[in-house]
Design a protein around this ligand. Sequence first.
Ligand SMILES: NC(=O)c1ccc[n+]([C@@H]2O[C@H](COP(=O)([O-])OP(=O)(O)OC[C@H]3O[C@@H](n4cnc5c(N)ncnc54)[C@H](OP(=O)(O)O)[C@@H]3O)[C@@H](O)[C@H]2O)c1
Length: 238
Amino acid sequence: MKMQQRIALVTGANKGIGFEVARDLARKRFHVFLGARDTKAGEAAAEKLRKEGEEDYGEITFLKIDVSEPDSIRRAAEEFSRKSDRLDTLVNNAGILLDDDKDVLTAAPEIFETTLRTNTLGALLVAQAFVPFLKKSGAPRIVNVSSGGGQLADGADGWAPAYCISKTALNGVTAQLAAALPKFAVNSVCPGWVRTEMGGPNATRSVGEGATGIVWLAMDAPQNETGKFWRDRKVIPW
Ligand SMILES: NC(=O)c1ccc[n+]([C@@H]2O[C@H](COP(=O)([O-])OP(=O)(O)OC[C@H]3O[C@@H](n4cnc5c(N)ncnc54)[C@H](OP(=O)(O)O)[C@@H]3O)[C@@H](O)[C@H]2O)c1
């Protein structure tokens, strides 16, 4: 019997880690919905993968989605429904780290609002909008790309407080979704420090290395592993 083609949505996939995750999943013959907020950048990224993969990659479809805008998320789900009634894996990868995110005592409220709206609420609202499609999958997965910066186990070191709080809260979203969706695998993952626009040139990992643990959770990790925080295929403390 021919195996059904698996379907994934990756948000913020026009560059950085998200692009690499989209590429890896396409290589594994997933039909990848490459999510991006900017049409030009998203179309260009999708076209790049189509050219590179030719016959060897799964289908790649650009999906316009700004995770900080509930209307954009709703429109993206409508657009998705015209192309597929099922989703196997949602990778909530889109994220921001603002330049002014420096000091918890003086950072303006807008820094916290904007960061949490994208990194935390965005992931939750995208999950809400796409759960109906995920419920049609035999092995539904949600992967929330978090960060070691959000870990509370060792306290905080003062770096990027809004970003770190947004990732701590994203881990809370992961735990809540895992409880609400017992048949799903819902996990948080830290990609490590990765050389992207966000990570900067001095980061210790390539995008390929950063994507590996995310892709593993997106397709290969045991389906009964849920409600956990991972790095390099190992559970790490919240
Ligand atoms: N790099 C690291 O060292 C590192 C470490 C730990 C965790 N992470 C996490 O890994 C994920 C990817 O980061 P990265 O390093 O690849 O960063 P990046 O190169 O800056 O890429 C971020 C991606 O998110 C997109 N994005 C931002 N806001 C969005 C919105 N409102 N709606 C839709 N897309 C949006 C960006 O789109 P535009 O191009 O339109 O801006 C871009 O595609 C993030 O969640 C980040 O927090 C990264």
